[in-house]
Design a protein around this ligand. Structure first.
Ligand code: PHE
Ligand code: FE
Length: 289
């Protein structure tokens, strides 16, 4: 998985598609080969197995609702019909990572930029950049959830503001530790909602079951202080109690946070500070919730 805020260059499908002004292209669904559909099927079957009892209910429900299945690479036109009538989001095809401002403009308008090429057979386990499996299987199902859908739009608006304030490196950490690598606490224990995990077989198991990484209760300011790894499994995951909690915590104006962060040093990805609340895999929500 890759850091959209550090990546330069983009490897798209070898098509002659020339992007429009907002950098979108056509998915050109009929051009996918049998082999490409086969790679989707392999990845899909593998993750369906791994995500049983590991992915959160909201994600699995979104996946079912979209009818994203094993048959092959989904057609964005079909997904957009369902997404549009459920939460008003749509998927737009892009050739690869787009510049931050363009990305945020799309999110703020409830459009999710998705790549359309699929990784090769040799890259089943690891890929340096987002592909259609990561973007569609990993990101899009949660856009069916009304609260998460609003969070993503708010993030887009917040991104444009962070750009103006020169604070994007702080806000990018929020995206990283929630949208890409977030965990959520349910009555059954910790579950995955971050797309970077959901589309990775190895990290899906590692993030919940390996004793090595930290699993800390979500704390907005703490998250925006914490650097992250782009080249390996995370050393720290932040755990929310609900999407509503995440949405509410991120509603206040971030300007004072950015001010305060200017005077504080960053934390290392694996660091533990005195105020961190450590959570464990099998740990459900406290009964008071
Ligand atoms: N409240 C944030 C701000 O003032 C915007 C935001 C909302 C950012 C939700 C991320 C997620 O900048
Ligand atoms: Fe992603």
């Amino acid at each position: 998985m890759l850091d959209r805020h550090a990546y330069v260059g983009a490897a798209g499908r070898t098509s002659a598609a020339v992007p429009r002004a907002d950098l979108t292209i056509d998915q050109d669904w009929s051009a996918y080969t049998t082999e490409e559909h086969g790679i989707w099927r392999t990845l899909f079957h593998r993750q369906q197995h791994v995500l049983q009892g590991r992915a959160c209910g909201e994600y699995l429900e979104g996946l079912r609702g979209l009818g994203v299945a094993a048959d092959g690479i989904p057609d964005f036109r079909r997904l957009n019909e369902i997404l549009g009538r459920t939460t008003g989001w749509s998927i737009v095809a892009v050739p690869g990572l787009v510049p931050d401002a363009v990305f945020f403009e799309h999110l703020a308008a409830r459009r999710f930029p998705s790549t359309c090429f699929i990784r090769s057979q040799a890259q089943l386990d690891y890929l340096q950049e987002p592909d259609i499996f990561h973007d569609i299987y990993g990101h899009v199902p949660l856009l069916m959830n009304p609260v998460f859908a609003d969070y993503m739009q708010a993030y887009g608006e917040g991104g444009l503001k962070a750009l103006r304030l020169g604070a994007l490196h702080h806000l990018a950490r929020l995206y990283w530790y929630t949208v890409e690598f977030g965990l959520i606490r349910t009555d059954q224990g910790l579950r995955i909602y971050g797309s970077g995990i959901l589309s990775s077989k190895g990290e899906s198991i590692f993030c919940l079951e390996d004793p090595a990484p930290n699993r800390f209760a979500f704390d907005l300011h703490r998250v925006m202080r914490t650097r992250y790894r782009i080249d390996d499994f995370q050393e720290t995951y932040f755990v929310i109690d609900s999407f509503q909690e995440l949405f509410d915590a991120t509603q206040p104006d971030f300007t004072p946070y950015y001010e305060r962060l200017k005077h504080e040093s960053d934390l290392d990805p694996g660091e533990l500070v005195a105020t961190d609340i450590v959570l464990h895999h099998g740990e459900g929500r406290p009964t008071a919730h």
